[in-house]
Design a protein around this ligand. Structure first.
Ligand code: SF4
Length: 214
């Protein structure tokens, strides 16, 4: 995609949703990180139903450890993959206490080594919590990066790096923190995996539609 097209592409997505926000409920860095870990392969709405009671009981790593894995499972049973998520959240809380005095690290490389975190979660956390221009690459961003020719790549890391190259110094700095949100929303509602709605798409004239069968 040419620089002018990239600018116009994000200008139009911005027009539709000027300041997209994370839909997960949280009230501290720790509760945000736990909510993001819980949100893997499920909806934010589903996570938001379970977390008020959980965070009332366990709003810190210390209190989560005191709650313990078995009781944690009771709070998150309605969420997919709750067994492995409970295990990770307990391991994550333990590591935060033992290595970071209960604080959440503020850099991607350290964050992504925590149990259950990984690079996408680390990027989404830093972006949501501190408004940093990090790019979480989920299934939507991976698909769109390739389909619209904005950030081609076979792996999330490749797409993340190419996305960074494509948008930094091209779109306004203040908009960088919204790039992943805009792509996720566009992928969720318009440029869907199976049936992209090219006829209704506001950026159709800018898009090469790579791999799309019309
Ligand atoms: S034109 Fe089609 S393929 Fe391109 S972004 Fe829009 S919906 Fe996706």
């Amino acid at each position: 995609m040419k620089k002018e097209d990239i600018k116009e592409f994000f200008f139009r997505l911005k027009k539709a949703n000027p300041e997209p926000k994370c839909e997960l409920n949280f009230d501290s860095p720790y509760t945000l990180l736990v909510a993001i870990v819980l949100s893997a392969q499920t909806t934010d709405k589903n996570v938001n139903k379970a977390t008020p009671a959980l965070f009332k009981q366990a709003p810190t790593p210390e209190k989560m450890l005191a709650l313990g894995e078995e009781k944690l499972k009771e709070y998150i049973r309605s969420i997919g993959l709750f067994n492995s998520k409970a295990k990770n959240i307990i391991a994550l809380s333990k590591e935060l206490i033992e290595k970071f005095h209960g604080e959440i690290p503020k850099d991607v490389d350290t964050l992504q080594k925590l149990p259950g975190v990984g690079r996408k979660t680390a990027n989404v956390f830093l972006n949501t919590m501190y408004g940093l221009p990090t790019f979480g690459v989920d299934t939507h961003v991976l698909r769109l990066g390739n389909r619209i020719g904005l950030a081609p790549g076979k792996t999330p890391l490749e797409v993340e790096k190419n996305l960074q190259k494509a948008v930094v110094h091209v779109i306004p700095d203040d908009d960088l923190k919204y790039v992943s949100h805009w792509l996720v929303l566009h992928g969720r509602y318009i440029c869907t995996a199976k049936k992209p709605m090219c006829k209704q798409c506001p950026v159709a004239d800018l898009c090469p539609k790579i791999g799309v069968k019309e």
